[in-house]
Design a protein around this ligand. Structure first.
Ligand code: OXD
Ligand code: MN
Length: 597
C-alpha cells in the first residue's frame, strides 16, 4: 500500500506493542465499506436499521460508561509543563507513553488492527494535514470513512517521505479506570486508549484537527478553530462567508444549516453549509482570511434535532448514517427526545435496556430513550445545504468572525467589535451561563475562550498572543462580532426566537462588513439601532429590541472584573495587547458613567 518507510516502521512497531491477530490497511473503496459493515454486524458492533426507511444506516451502542468526551482523562504531553498551560491537564511524554503502553500491550490479541490513512481537508490541499489512525474498532473505521477522506489517494499524497500525525487508538477493555486520551504535539502523535466514543476515538476530529492542529497552526502561522463555516447568498447572488465559535449547547450545527425564516424568504436568501464544527483559517494571497472545513461529515448531537430546530439535519440523516446511543426501535427505526414524530411502540434504550414510551424511573422521572449526547454520523454531501465550495482546496474567504455564548443577561443580541484586537478580547472572554431551568446554579459562568477551552493543544495565554499576531498578518481581516441568542427577560423568558430567525442578525453583520447597517456606539462595541434589523413577519412584543440590545455599564463593570480574574490564571502570560483591551473597555465604561452622573 505504501513506500513510506516511516509509516511502515511505525505500523510494525505499534502492531508489536498491541499484538493484533492481523493488520488490515483500508483503501477507502465501496467494496471495503460493505465488507466492514458486514463484519461489524457479525461482530455485534452494528445493527442494520430498516433498510427501506433508512437505507445504508446502522445503529451502534457504546458502553454506558463511555458516552462522552472525558476531559479529565485528556492530556497534553509536552516536555515542559508550561507549554500545556493552566487550562490543560499535563503529563510528561515519558509517563504518557509508559502508562498507555501498559494498557495497550497485547490488547489487540484476537482482534484486527486497521490502518486508516486519512486527510483532514481536501486531499492534497495546502490547508490539509494527513493522519494515519490505527484502531481495533470497526465502528471507528466506518465513522472515519464518513468524517474524513480516507484511503489510497491519501497515501498517494503522502508518498515515500511525507509527514503524518501518528494516531493510535485501542479499545482495550473500555474501562474508564484504564482510559487515556494523550496528545504528544512535539512528536505529532496521539494515543487514545480505553474509549470507543467518537470524541475520544475518532482521532481526526478534536484530537488532530483542534489540539494537534492548533499547536501546528501557531508554529506555521495559521488558526485551527472550533468554528462552523457558513455561506450566505443574498438576493443578488453574492455569497459571503462567516465563521462562528460557540461553546457546546449553543446551536452550532443548527446555525450552520439555517433555513431562512418566512419573513425573510421573499428576499431570496440562501444559506450554504461549509462546516459545522471546525475551521482551519489561513491568510490568502489576496490578504483576506480563508477557511477550510477539515472534516467530510457531521458528528451531530441527535436529541433536540427536529423539524423546527434543524430540518436540514433531519434531511441529511436518512441514509448512509451511523446512529450512536439513540433509542433503537424494535421496528429497527431510531428515535430521540425532542426529535420528530412519535417514538416507536417499544425499543431498546441507550443503555441496552427494554424501553417503552412514558416509562418512569423509581423517582418518577422519565427514562430517556436516547442519551443526551447521542449522535448521528452523516456524510457531508447528503446535507441539502452543502456548499459546492466545501471541497475547494483553497477554501472560502471570510467576511466576519462571530463569537457567542449563552448569557441570560449582560450580552446584547449582537455587537460589532471596534477592531481585530478588540475582537480577540471578545473571543478570549467568551462565557456561557448556566440557567436555573437547565443547568443548575443560575448565573454561573464558565469562561470558554473562543469555545476552545477543551481543545486548545497548548498554553492558552500563548494562544491569545497568536490570535493577536495573526491580526498583524492579515492585511484585510474579517470584522469580529459577538452574538447572544439566549438573553432572557425579567420573567426568565427568552427574548429572541433564535433558530432560522438568526439570519436577521447575520444580515446586519454582513451589512456592517460592507460599511452599511445602522449602529450605535457603546462602550462594548457597535450595537444595532432598534430599527436596524429587518424584523418583517416576526411580531416581537413592543420594547423587545430595546431589551435585546441594551448595554448596562454597571453589569459590564462587574463582568470586566471577572475577565481580569480569568486572565490572572495565566500568570502574566497574557499579551499586553489583550490587557490593553481590558483597560480600554474600563475607560469607555467609566466615560459613560461620568457622562451619566
Ligand atoms: C463536539 C463537541 O462533539 O464540541 O463537537 O464536543
Ligand atoms: Mn464541537
Amino acid at each position: 500500500m505504501t513506500d513510506n518507510a516511516k509509516l511502515k516502521k511505525w505500523v510494525a512497531d505499534m502492531a508489536e506493542l498491541c499484538s493484533p491477530d492481523k493488520v488490515v490497511w483500508l483503501d477507502g473503496s465501496e467494496e471495503e465499506r460493505k465488507r466492514l459493515e458486514a463484519e461489524g454486524v457479525a461482530a455485534g458492533e452494528l445493527t442494520p436499521l430498516d433498510q427501506k426507511k433508512f437505507p445504508g444506516c446502522y445503529y451502534h451502542r457504546t458502553d454506558p460508561r463511555d458516552v462522552a468526551r472525558t476531559e479529565h482523562l485528556t492530556f497534553i504531553c509536552t516536555q515542559d509543563q508550561e507549554d500545556a498551560g493552566p487550562t490543560n491537564l499535563w503529563m510528561s511524554p515519558a509517563e504518557g507513553y509508559q502508562r498507555a503502553s501498559d494498557i495497550l500491550e497485547g490488547s489487540m490479541t484476537g482482534r484486527t488492527m486497521y490502518v486508516i490513512p486519512f486527510s483532514m481537508g481536501p486531499v492534497g490541499s495546502a490547508f490539509s494535514k494527513i493522519g494515519v489512525q490505527l484502531t481495533d474498532s470497526i465502528y471507528v473505521c466506518l465513522n472515519m470513512r464518513i468524517m474524513t477522506r480516507i484511503g489510497k489517494p491519501v497515501l498517494d499524497v503522502l508518498r515515500y517521505d511525507g509527514e503524518f500525525t501518528k494516531c493510535l487508538h485501542g479499545k482495550a477493555e473500555l474501562d474508564p479506570e484504564r482510559r487515556l486520551i494523550l496528545h504528544f504535539p512535539e512528536d505529532n502523535t496521539i494515543w487514545s486508549v480505553g474509549s470507543g466514543y467518537g470524541g475520544n476515538a475518532l482521532l481526526g476530529k478534536k484530537c488532530l484537527s483542534l489540539r494537534i492542529a492548533s499547536w501546528q497552526a501557531r508554529q506555521e502561522g495559521w488558526l485551527a478553530e472550533h468554528m462552523l463555516i457558513l455561506g450566505i447568498e443574498d438576493p443578488k447572488g453574492r455569497v459571503e462567508y462567516v465563521t462562528a465559535a460557540f461553546p457546546s449547547a449553543c446551536g452550532k450545527t443548527n446555525l450552520a444549516m439555517l433555513i431562512p425564516p418566512d419573513g425573510l424568504k421573499a428576499k431570496g436568501y440562501k444559506v450554504w453549509t461549509v462546516g459545522d464544527d471546525i475551521a482551519w483559517l489561513r491568510v490568502g494571497a489576496d490578504g483576506r482570511l480563508w477557511a477550510v472545513n477539515p472534516e467530510a461529515g457531521f458528528f451531530g448531537v441527535a436529541p433536540g434535532t427536529n423539524s423546527k430546530s434543524n430540518p436540514t439535519a433531519l434531511a441529511t440523516v436518512h441514509k448512509n448514517t451511523i446512529f450512536t446511543n439513540v433509542l433503537l426501535g424494535d421496528d429497527k427505526t431510531v428515535w430521540w427526545e425532542d426529535g420528530e414524530g412519535a417514538p416507536p411502540a417499544s425499543g431498546t434504550d441507550w443503555q441496552g435496556k427494554p424501553w417503552k414510551p412514558g416509562m418512569k424511573d423509581e423517582a418518577g422521572k422519565p427514562v430517556l430513550g436516547a442519551h443526551p449526547n447521542s449522535r448521528f454520523t452523516a456524510p457531508f454531501h447528503q446535507c441539502p445545504s452543502a456548499s459546492p465550495k466545501a471541497d475547494d482546496p483553497k477554501g472560502v474567504p471570510i467576511s466576519a468572525i462571530i463569537f457567542g455564548g449563552r448569557r441570560a443577561r449582560l450580552a446584547p443580541l449582537v455587537y460589532q467589535t471596534f477592531d481585530w484586537d478588540h475582537g480577540v478580547y471578545a473571543g478570549a472572554t467568551v462565557a456561557s451561563e448556566r440557567t436555573a431551568a437547565q443547568y443548575g446554579k443560575q448565573g454561573e459562568v464558565r469562561r470558554d475562550p473562543m469555545a476552545m477551552l477543551p481543545f486548545c493543544g497548548y498554553n492558552m495565554g500563548e494562544y491569545f498572543s497568536h490570535w493577536i499576531q495573526m491580526g498583524k498578518r492579515i492585511p484585510n481581516p474579517p470584522k469580529v462580532f459577538h452574538v447572544n441568542w439566549f438573553r432572557r427577560d425579567e420573567n426568565n423568558k427568552f427574548l429572541w426566537p433564535g433558530y432560522g430567525e438568526n439570519l436577521r442578525v447575520l444580515e446586519w453583520i454582513l451589512a456592517r462588513t460592507r460599511g452599511e447597517g445602522k449602529a450605535s456606539q457603546t462602550p462594548i462595541g457597535w450595537v444595532p439601532t432598534p430599527d436596524a434589523l429587518d424584523l418583517t413577519g416576526l411580531n416581537l412584543p413592543a420594547g423587545t429590541m430595546d431589551k435585546l440590545l441594551a448595554v448596562d455599564p454597571a453589569e459590564w463593570k462587574a463582568e470586566l472584573e471577572d475577565h481580569e480574574k480569568f486572565f490572572a490564571k495565566f500568570q502574566g502570560n497574557v499579551s499586553p495587547s489583550l490587557t490593553r483591551q481590558g483597560t480600554l473597555l474600563a475607560e469607555r465604561l467609566e466615560a459613560v458613567a461620568t457622562a451619566n452622573r
